[in-house]
Design a protein around this ligand. Sequence first.
Ligand SMILES: [Zn+2]
Length: 385
Amino acid sequence: MPLSPARPQARYACPMRFLIFLLCMGPVGAQTIGIDSHIDTVQRVLIEQANLAERSPRGHVDLPRLKAGGVNAPFFALWVPTYYHGSEAIRRTLDLRDAMQRLFDMHPELIAPALNAADVERITRSGRVAAILTLEGGHQIDDDLAVLRMYYQLGIRSMTLTHFRNTDWADSSTDKPAHNGLTDFGRQVVREMNRLGMIVDLSHVSDKTFYDALEVSTKPVILSHSSCRALSDVPRNATDDMLRALAKNGGVIGINFGEGFLNPKDAEMLKADIAAVATEPSLTGKALDAYAAEEFRKDLVARPTFGTLDDAVAHIDHAVKVAGIDHVGIGSDFDGISSPPKGLEDVSKMPALRAALKAKGYRDEDIRKISGANTLRVLREVTGK
Ligand SMILES: [Zn+2]
């Protein structure tokens, strides 16, 4: 059954009641679109065969909880761990893309892929979830622009240039610098993404890669899931100078709710995770997939943490003060983090964040921008419609 009627007017047989319904909806196009620029739920769909159509006690996101949280257009990250190399990373990306396709095919009345901002508006207006598909890790293109172009054909509209490790063409914020930022090929990747209409996502990259990419990009970029280094000093967060440069570019930062990103008391734990030497399994195919499934389960074991909803509000507020109200959004990292902040235990709790912003003095229009309008603007500018 659809989460809400596809044709709401069908319920209003009386024209006067339908008119009242329209007046309550506000001006055409003024619907609130809630965007989260990074969730890791695709992992659960592929690895655990999670049925997102039903509310689950597991994880942080499913379609009923997205609806309850007012997040109707999430970016679903097709994340591939960096121990998938070369063609194995491409195979894994296709498996994740297929897992989302099965969801789209099974529940067209609940969710559909969005290729641009106009699609987001059309799909959410019908009461469905608009899924924006993204890649998390430049290694997934296997140093080949043709692969990038075919991902675009598969409906993918954003890519982080790296994940936790450097690619052959870009330095990561959590690896030893190898390229002093972006290589010439890395610059070509940014130009090709601009040309295609894919959002360049600079979460995970080193500071130098961030500035190099900004220099090349002719379109707004995003930090899909990062927070503020001034409040929690970890390399995955953005400095104030980066926030100002992002604003100048017209881009948006999606505030990350992960442990260590928000509360400095958790930062040491995140730094220890970053410093831990990753084991690289010498496996391929199904054996590698089984290893990835085991690692995914281990990563999601909850740990005692200090982050709270108030911390998330503080990061949003700081980013707004430094970058401006038009350059801040939400990038929770739900289903990719083990211990969400108290008060924001899953995506259904997002109204509490909006209420806290309101209590802090944010106007409805400001909250609408942070909740999704800013990121939607970037999607429109990059995809062209
Ligand atoms: Zn990430």
